[in-house]
Design a protein around this ligand. Structure first.
Ligand SMILES: NC(=O)c1ccc[n+]([C@@H]2O[C@H](COP(=O)([O-])OP(=O)(O)OC[C@H]3O[C@@H](n4cnc5c(N)ncnc54)[C@H](OP(=O)(O)O)[C@@H]3O)[C@@H](O)[C@H]2O)c1
Length: 330
């Protein structure tokens, strides 16, 4: 018996996800390792994939990232041996007890990185690195330019702030509640935080920028809020959209872009394999491991659940106000 989380229709993840015996995965093929999964994260993107309406044929595997212990190796695998701890991403069907994974997608986990950190040490840090590279394409980021980091209390948002501080990139954090703002001030005392719950938040952002340009806004929300974000973005600046939390179309008058030279661009880790050079990917993975080792305190865990409580875990993962990632231990 080998259990995995699957769904056979799209909908509310708390309702459609189920624990399914998918049977023994069989021996790993050449180039694969067999991993006994110790923990996996529930990312907003996982929940979106399960809830986005579409026709589903049969049981769909879930999850893309996990950590665990190598229990078998297939042929032509010399990087790993049974007993090694690994993290892997992206592997469709990571939410399972035992998986055969392409060894090229796995990375070793340092001894001092606990499972709950290792479970989330690839997708979010690599996303953050892609965002930082996109931001640094503006010549004044890292000099007098300030990056406005919307949804800064999220897992990706906190990693971005920590990394930007380390690389001396000025940022302003934007959140949607005073409570979240207070938590971020405690965590990053030297980084200004503004809450969109204040009616004058646009003025507060300008005050925090203190006359410096804001050439980049990072935004995983989209929706109608985009218009306000563009009002604080400098002429010629980039609004980088990397999520769709608003769940609604962006509404924007053409004149907003016409007269400002501003650019709206999307960024997704799904293009990491297709659009990022192999050398850069190797460097990103090494950086992700370093980030997990040195910024462990920013890999907060919102809750830990057993496999049979997947519905509770999914509910928690989409709950407003949580800090950190929900982790499941199969
Ligand atoms: N493009 C990519 O490749 C990529 C990769 C990874 C993540 N992402 C995206 O990055 C975003 C953050 O992911 P995460 O794992 O860091 O999230 P997380 O830790 O689960 O945090 C979610 C955050 O979203 C906020 N939020 C939810 N709905 C919102 C809304 N409508 N308006 C404003 N804020 C809202 C919550 O704020 P409260 O605390 O106020 O509830 C919370 O801070 C997600 O959209 C995710 O899909 C994109």
């Amino acid at each position: 018996m080998s259990l995995a989380i699957t769904y056979d229709r799209t909908g509310d993840p708390a309702e459609v996800l189920r624990v399914n015996d998918i049977g023994d995965p069989g021996p790993p093929a050449d180039g694969q390792i067999q991993v006994k999964v110790a923990a996996f994260p529930i990312h907003p993107g996982d929940l979106l994939a399960i809830s986005t309406p579409r026709t589903v044929h049969g049981d769909q595997a879930t999850g893309v990232e996990a950590t665990g212990e190598v229990i078998l190796t297939g042929g032509q695998v010399d990087r790993f041996a049974p007993g090694n701890r690994v993290a892997f991403f992206p592997h469709a069907g990571a939410w399972a007890q035992v998986v055969n994974v392409d060894a090229a997608l796995a990375v070793p986990v340092p001894d001092d990185v606990p499972d709950h950190v290792a479970a989330q040490m690839l997708c979010n840090p690599i996303t953050m690195l892609m965002l930082r590279r996109a931001a640094e394409q503006h010549f004044n980021v890292g000099f007098d330019g300030v990056v406005l980091n919307n949804v800064a209390a999220s897992s990706v948002g906190r990693l971005f702030t920590a990394s930007a501080e380390h690389h001396q990139i000025a940022t302003i954090s934007l959140v949607r509640s005073d409570q979240r703002a207070e938590q971020l001030r405690d965590r990053f005392p030297s980084v200004p935080v503004v809450s969109t719950s204040s009616h004058d938040w646009v003025d507060q952002v300008r005050t925090a920028a203190a006359g410096r340009p804001i050439p980049v806004v990072l935004d995983p929300v989209g929706g109608v809020g985009v218009t306000d974000l563009l009002t604080v973005l400098s002429p010629g600046g980039s609004l980088i959209i990397y999520g769709e939390l608003a769940g609604e179309p962006m509404s924007l008058h053409a004149a907003a872009l016409l007269h400002s030279g501003q650019v709206i661009r999307g960024m997704t880790i799904n293009r990491w394999f297709s659009a990022v050079a192999p050398e850069q990917r190797i460097s990103d993975v090494a950086s992700a491991i370093t980030i997990a080792t040195h910024f462990t305190q920013h890999f907060d865990v919102a809750g830990v659940y057993s496999l049979d409580r997947i519905a509770d875990a999914a509910r928690h993962a989409s709950q407003p106000g949580k800090i950190g990632t929900v982790v499941v231990t199969p």
